[in-house]
Every structure is written in structure tokens, then in C-alpha cells.
Design a protein around this ligand. Structure first.
Ligand code: C5P
Length: 219
């Protein structure tokens, strides 16, 4: 099977990263979490009090930010391990505003394209199949019922010890989905050639099997 590029997009907390990681592991591919990059930028903005309206400061900040992933796929912001901090609610509550800024998107998309310049990668996000890798051989658009997504996010945060209530999470998901799909610059959309997987009642293994079969057909 030839190595390919796999783009996985969808609404918040659909299980994109769980599927993307498992698929990458199974195929021996590199996994890249593009959402973590927007979260790292957001954390930097929060720490330095940078408002998204301040175009000058946003521009200079982007030149100060270096985002990398370690071998365990954990996010490093200017060399500092921030994997837990970028999952906190204060970041979740601001990330979609930051990700809607065209300058921020341009900088992240350029890095993502560079990271994925060789085949054999799985990247998940909101605009991977439409903007970052429009020529990806396999595009998956994941969906799941809102209630299920809220419960999954809640369980995930509980397991990591990040404090949040079900209500906060439901509100945050709704808020992010709204901004992500209505922003002017690269809104969340299903690419015309993406395959939809609704995982509302699919377990992890069933989704993975479907994705592997699709990757085999595409490769
Ligand atoms: O994937 P995750 O939920 O961690 O992404 C956090 C936020 O980053 C999303 O709600 C969205 O605002 C933004 N994002 C984006 N484009 C991507 C990935 C994430 O705008 N490719």
C-alpha cells in the first residue's frame, strides 16, 4: 500500500484525535493534532494578555511562537511542555476566537503543510481536507450526536483531572462549533470528496476498522 495523506475533520469532541491517533499507529504514520497548535497559540495570547483585535501584537506574537510535538505527540510551546494546560477550559473558551483570526490561520496552515509535506501522515482538525491538504487521498468527516460528544469530552477531562461540568462543556462545544463553522476564513465544512463517518453508535474499534478499510482503498 502506498503512503498517503489522511485528513480527518469534524465538529468539536467527535473523537477525531482518538481515531486519528489509532489510525496513525496502525498504519505506522505520523499523527498531527492541528487543534493543539491553535490551543498553544491561544495559551500564549492568554499568558501575554494579547487581544485578538490587536493586529500589531498578534502579528508580532506569531513571530515569537514556536510549536513542536515530542515523540509522545505532546505539545511544546517554545520548548515548554503545555499538553495539559492547553486542554483547560480557559483555553477552550477562547481558542475559537483566536483560530478565526486570518493571520493566525495563515501561520498555522503554513506549518501544518510543512509538517505534512511527506506522505504518511494523519492530521485532524477543522479545515484539513478543505484548506491544508485539499489533495489528500483520504478525507474523513466525523460526526456524532451533541449529547454523546459532551459526555465523551466530560469523561476525557475527568480522566485527565481537568475540572469542568457537563453544562460548561455543552456550552463550550456549542460556542466553538458555531464560531468554527461561521467564521469567514476557512470555516469548518465537509470537503466535497470526504467520507462521512457518524460514530454516535460506533465503538472505537468499529470506526478504526472502517478508516483502515478506506485507507487501503485510497492507498
Ligand atoms: O481539535 P480541538 O478541539 O482541540 O481544536 C480546538 C479549536 O481549534 C477548535 O475549536 C477550532 O476553533 C480550532 N481549530 C481550527 N482549525 C483546525 C483545528 C482546530 O480552527 N484545523
Amino acid at each position: 500500500m502506498n503512503k498517503i495523506t489522511i485528513a480527518i475533520d469534524g465538529y468539536s469532541s467527535c473523537g477525531k484525535s482518538t481515531l486519528a491517533k489509532a489510525l496513525a499507529q496502525r498504519l505506522g504514520y505520523t499523527y498531527i493534532d492541528s487543534g493543539a497548535m491553535y490551543r498553544a497559540v491561544t495559551l500564549y495570547f492568554l499568558r501575554h494578555g494579547i487581544a485578538v483585535e490587536d493586529a500589531q501584537r498578534v502579528k508580532s506574537a506569531l513571530g515569537e511562537i514556536q510549536i513542536r510535538f515530542d515523540l509522545a505527540n505532546r505539545t511544546l510551546l517554545n520548548g515548554e511542555l503545555v499538553e495539559s494546560e492547553i486542554r483547560e477550559m480557559r483555553v477552550s473558551n477562547y481558542v475559537s476566537e483566536v483560530a478565526a483570526v486570518p493571520e493566525v490561520r495563515r501561520a498555522m496552515v503554513a506549518q501544518q503543510q510543512e509538517m505534512g509535506s511527506e506522505k504518511g501522515i494523519v492530521m485532524d482538525g477543522r479545515d484539513i481536507g478543505t484548506v491544508v491538504f485539499p489533495r489528500a487521498e483520504l478525507k474523513i468527516f466525523l460526526t456524532a450526536a451533541a449529547q454523546i460528544r459532551t459526555k465523551r469530552r466530560y469523561d476525557e477531562l475527568q480522566a485527565k483531572g481537568v475540572p469542568a461540568t457537563l453544562e460548561d462543556i455543552a456550552q463550550n462545544l456549542q460556542h466553538r462549533d458555531h464560531i468554527d463553522s461561521t467564521r469567514e476564513d476557512s470555516p469548518l465544512r465537509k470537503a466535497a470528496d470526504a467520507v462521512v463517518i457518524d460514530n454516535t453508535s460506533l465503538d472505537r474499534d468499529a470506526q478504526l476498522q472502517q478508516a483502515i478499510a478506506l485507507a487501503r482503498q485510497a492507498g
